[in-house]
Ligand binder design. Structure first.
Ligand code: SAH
Ligand code: SF4
Length: 365
């Protein structure tokens, strides 16, 4: 297939076709400004309109602890960063944030943290049960945990789990995550799938050592796993990490990968990430116009926001939760889109549940 053929393929088939054309796909990824790359952005926007429509789903993000036993070489919350001011919200503070979220009209809250063992399986299950009483959908993003914890949380009512695979290259993964492996990460993904969570995978763009070939593997992996959600953000260097001083990912590269993710997973929930908004004031808008259909405004109590410094210069650390809600709604409406008032589940996950199927048990990743 060359670029001319590419223009004649129906957009619903474009993702699959590109995955069979490794060289063309790598070329496109290597040249985000090129004509074919621009065509990918447009195709992804059209496909998004066709499959998931004009609605943008909002998820209120509660960053409830920045203690972390992990030591990822790119992240400001890594265990060895002694400069970080550590905090953890009480159960009451978490519930107050969720209550505020419900009042502001969010239908989902995302509970995100470092890997903090102080929140036990049972302890977090209690919190989830209380949040469910508010009528909210609960998404978790708390890293790698034993199967039993994932079970307890699913039983407590959590429906979604974000666990980015970070990079599909096992060697690069091992270099970035001391003492950990891509296999262990994917084992967690498999367990979460088996437990019938909607699973969010994803990766950073511009990681040191990443190549267009790696990014093709990232697309293959999210496609193979059939991720219900895909979070893609630029890598942003943090000064208190071993990778300080490395260049970060660009908006153009990241938005292109968002568009390609839409093409390979037409029904996925794809956020316009805060990291993208942090490297460019129009980053989230660009993603929303290239396949994204989710935004995650911040609900963390304002006094803790700057301390949740995964990467530097994060946006929305000064605003009150209500301001974030208004700001993001304005931006979505300005694009001619609308804020969803529904729960915003992945439609294929809903269909499978309607048929009584659990997908994850069908086979290993
Ligand atoms: N501890 C959990 C959730 C919090 S980290 C976990 O690791 O899964 C959430 C995401 O932040 C990570 O998956 C990673 O992709 C992203 N992240 C971490 N450091 C970053 C950096 N320096 N630049 C951009 N994104 C980063
Ligand atoms: Fe901890 Fe997650 Fe950061 Fe890794 S990416 S150091 S697990 S918060």
């Amino acid at each position: 297939m060359d670029y001319q053929d590419f223009c004649t393929i129906p957009i619903t088939e474009l993702g699959e076709r590109l995955l069979t054309e490794e060289n063309l796909l790598r070329e496109i990824i290597a040249h985000p400004q090129s004509e074919p790359a621009q065509a990918v952005l447009k195709a992804a926007d059209r496909l998004r309109a066709l499959t998931v429509g004009e609605e943008v789903h909002l998820r209120g993000l509660i960053e409830f602890s920045n203690y972390c036993r992990g030591n990822c070489n790119y992240c400001g919350l890594r265990r060895d960063n002694r400069q970080a001011f550590r905090y953890r919200l009480t159960q009451e503070e978490i519930l107050a944030a969720a209550t505020l979220g419900a009042r502001l009209g969010y239908r989902t809250v995302v509970l995100q943290s470092g890997e903090d063992p102080a929140f036990t399986g049972e302890g977090l299950a209690e919190i989830i049960k209380e949040i469910k009483k508010l009528g909210l959908v609960v998404t978790l993003s708390v890293g790698e945990r034993p199967r039993r914890d994932y079970e307890l949380w699913r039983e407590a009512g959590a429906e979604r789990y974000l666990i980015r695979h970070e990079t599909a290259d096992p060697l690069l993964y091992a270099r970035l995550h001391p003492g950990r492996s891509l296999k262990e990460r994917l084992d967690c993904v498999q367990i979460l799938k088996d437990l019938d969570y909607q699973v969010g995978m994803g990766f950073m763009v511009g990681l040191p050592g990443q190549t267009p070939a790696t990014l093709v593997e990232d697309l293959r992996l999210i496609r193979r796993v059939n991720a219900e959600m895909v979070g893609i953000g630029p890598y942003i260097p943090h000064p208190e990490t071993p990778l300080a001083g490395c260049p970060g990912g660009t908006m153009e590269q990241t938005v292109l990968m968002v568009a390609l993710a839409r093409l390979v997973l037409p029904h996925a929930l794809i956020p316009a990430t805060t990291a993208l908004g942090s490297i460019n004031p129009k980053g989230r808008e660009a993603a929303l116009q290239a396949g994204a259909n989710v935004v995650m405004p911040n609900l963390t109590p304002t006094q803790y926001r700057t301390a949740y410094e995964i990467y530097p210069n994060k946006i929305c650390t000064g605003e009150e939760a209500g301001e974030c809600r208004r700001c993001i709604t304005g931006r979505i409406v300005a694009l001619g889109r609308r804020v969803s008032d529904g729960p915003g589940h992945n439609s294929e996950w809903l269909k499978r549940r309607g048929r009584g199927e659990v997908v994850g048990s069908s086979g290993a990743i």
